[in-house]
Write a protein that binds this ligand. Sequence first.
Ligand SMILES: [Zn+2]
Length: 253
Amino acid sequence: MDRGIAVLAYHRFDPLHGGSTTVTTQAFERQLDWLDAHGYRVVALGTVVESLRGTTGSVLGDVVAWGRTVAITVDDGHVSVYTQLYPIVRRRHVPVTLFIYPSAISHAAYALTWGQLADMTLSGLVTVQSHTYWHPNFHVERTRRTAADYRAFLDDQLVRSKAVLERRLGAPVDMLAWPFGIVDADLRAAAVRAGYRAAFAYGGGPAHRGVDPFAIPRLPMSDADQGTVLAARLGDAGLDNRLAPAAPGRAVP
Ligand SMILES: [Zn+2]
């Protein structure tokens, strides 16, 4: 049965305090432990896009059919991605995609620097993709601009982000996360014009083959996503837990 692929969406990490967009490092590690104990494989986001299009080979096809595949994404470029998340990523060797809006990098007090981003991408575990240039609310921008101005604004936000990230980090950028998850037909068309191959929403459940490639759902994650709560969100009713490899010495919630 195709249970789809869950694209998990995070923002910030903190050693002690969780919140609406902050996950504690302990809760994050417990989530990784749970996924591991239940036979989930964390794959690169590009692999997810290819799987959803049905363009990959049989090995991944099997994984997708098994329905125990997730990808990890982190939006906005908060400095805790480097200080808290990155050590975990390196230790556990999990691939992560960062959706970055370049205007904040090496500029906003809370944000990562270009040096930190470059450092992380050199690991081969961290991929940087676009979150527009300065994270506008497209609903607001549409109401205060003329139609022509709004279209030019869209193109600039999508093209400039891609160009700056590619120039700064030397790697192709062809995926996009919509700020605030706002997406409509005009935004989809702009993403195609700008040369993106996929774009991600913010909300929904696991993605299935045939999904709109410019509005792929993601699961916003919090500390509460543990055990049966996490299983339910992943569409995993626990029916096939016998398939999960044993996790020696670890209690499986
Ligand atoms: Zn964002």
